[in-house]
Design a protein around this ligand. Structure first.
Ligand SMILES: [Zn+2]
Length: 214
């Protein structure tokens, strides 16, 4: 077991020169070069790394952190979170636990290259939102429609949610249809955007309106 981990860690060290991150200067996602790394170990296994990155487009410096993720008996660095110059928000802290755990699991599936499972988990994110907002909703399609009818989401978010529902069904049933890495990435991005819209931006806007009225 230990040898297996050692091997994986060796491969990660060899490979770990590029990190996918949102560049705040270019406002796009880039594969940035690692220029310097500090790794923190827990019981001799890497637990977290802080990296100085260089954006390949604008050449600016970006600071990022990644945690080690254990999935299906393998380990790999999780998604990089920007900590400098402007720290990226950690979305899951604003979500109800059932939504946060589904989104977290979807990210783990993506990192673990389990794209079908990622699609299923992205569907579970929307299902969890429906359960949280409308506890009486019976199925995902009905729940999404009810969210739309009660104006918790608008038409576009409903469309994204429906795409997640359809791909959840593709992922959950034993057919020949595959979910590609690109599809899984998009589904994950839609899930994050829906959570952001419902649990972060909507509250923020309501507070903004309240401040303007007072
Ligand atoms: Zn850049």
């Amino acid at each position: 077991m230990w040898n297996k981990f050692e091997n994986m860690l060796f491969m990660l060290r060899k490979r770990g020169v590029q990190v996918v991150i949102d560049c705040p200067f270019c406002d796009i996602t880039v594969e940035a070069m690692e220029k310097g790394v500090v790794t923190v170990y827990l019981d001799e296994i890497p637990d977290q790394k802080t990296t100085l990155l260089e954006c390949p487009k604008c050449g600016e410096a970006i600071g990022a952190q990644q945690r080690m993720i254990y999935f299906n008996d393998t380990l790999d660095w999780g998604r990089a979170i920007r900590v400098w110059p402007t720290p990226q928000r950690i979305l899951t802290e604003s979500l109800p636990p059932v939504v946060a755990s589904s989104l977290d699991e979807a990210e783990r599936c993506f990192t673990g290259k389990a794209y079908l499972a990622c699609a299923v988990m992205c569907g579970r994110v929307v299902e969890a939102i429906c359960k949280d907002k409308l506890p009486n909703s019976r199925n995902l399609a009905g729940g999404l429609k009810a969210l739309l009818d009660s104006q918790i989401i608008d038409n576009r978010i409903h469309e994204w949610g429906d795409a997640l529902r359809i791909h959840r069904n593709i992922g959950a049933h034993a057919t020949d249809v595959q979910i590609t890495k690109e599809d899984a990435r998009d589904l994950l991005d839609f899930s994050i955007a829906i959570c952001d819209y419902i649990y972060v931006l909507t509250d923020k806007f309501e507070e903004f309106k309240k401040r303007k009225q007072s």
